[in-house]
Design a protein around this ligand. Structure first.
Ligand code: ZN
Ligand code: ZN
Length: 279
């Protein structure tokens, strides 16, 4: 497979997290097993098979590859993709595609869908995404992927298979939906994006931005820029129930070793070994 961009990969239970993110450079993530991606700051050649993308906000490091991605899928004769964007961005994104279509002299077929906090997106029978409000310097969204299963309602748990079959045949709804938050993606946000959405702390996997780590970068200033500082993570350590916390979107002001040293000094146990620095 052609390698045009850096990507990292991490296996968690039955799914894989792939991607890369540095502030002001580029962010792109995908979960191949869920057939879904987050942000289009750039587009690794290997990611084009993922047909559905959720864009957290329209800063260029999160959306610049939109025309490239759509064009590649068309060239490779893949179905037009579905791209979900914050509602205000739909019209400008369509304009951008029209202009690139003129420049490139090729159609850019895709479905652009506006979304707002509180909305649900059905990915499949088993998977649903909920759209969350976050806080950044432009309108921004976070996402939670839920796995849903139908389970027997508690009042029917003790019944025999035969009785259950009879109830089912009589048209009784004997099951109810159970949801499990598999993965939360914060996008770019100040800590409110976590605090407003308790699911972010409870999902099995959390991908959170951690743009600033150095003590000299004051967190008050960082919050105004719509980002998270290492101090914010420290202050919330008891809240994280996640099995895996991926910290990413580090500022380009830091080298990888610098980030590692500062975080390991502040959090020697790396949140009980659950914290993974995506470097
Ligand atoms: Zn960013
Ligand atoms: Zn941003």
């Amino acid at each position: 497979m052609l390698k045009n961009l850096p990507t990292k990969s991490f296996r968690f239970k039955d799914f894989t997290i792939e991607g890369y993110s540095r502030a002001a450079v580029q962010s792109y993530w995908r979960i191949p097993e869920f057939k879904i991606g987050f942000d289009l700051g750039a587009q690794p050649w290997s990611f084009m098979g993922t047909p559905t993308w959720l864009v957290s906000h329209t800063h260029l490091d999160h959306i610049a590859a939109l025309p490239v991605y759509v064009a590649r899928r068309r060239m490779m004769k893949m179905e037009p993709p579905k791209i979900y964007l914050p509602e205000h961005a739909v019209e400008p994104a369509q304009q951008v595609l029209r202009v690139f279509s003129q420049l490139d002299r090729g159609r850019l077929p895709c479905e652009i869908i506006g979304i707002v906090p509180g909305q649900e997106i059905e990915l499949s029978r088993e998977l649903v995404v909920t759209v969350k409000a976050t806080k950044h310097t432009v309108p921004s969204l976070g996402f939670v992927i839920w796995e849903r299963r139908r389970k027997l309602k508690p009042e029917y748990l003790g019944l025999s298979g035969e009785k259950i079959r009879d109830l089912r045949l009589a048209g009784t709804d004997i099951t109810e939906e159970h949801r499990m938050a598999r993965l939360a993606y914060l996008g770019d946000s100040s800590p409110e994006g976590l605090d407003w959405n308790p699911e972010m702390y409870e999902a099995e996997v959390l991908i959170t931005e951690l743009t600033f780590v150095a003590p000299s970068h004051r967190k008050e200033k960082i919050h105004k820029m719509g980002h998270i500082h290492l101090d914010d993570i420290l202050a919330r350590r008891a809240k994280f129930k996640n099995e895996l916390i991926i910290a990413t979107h580090f500022s380009t002001r830091y080298h990888a070793t610098q980030v590692r040293n500062i975080v390991e000094r502040a959090l020697p146990d790396m949140l009980d070994r659950r914290l993974h620095l995506w470097l």
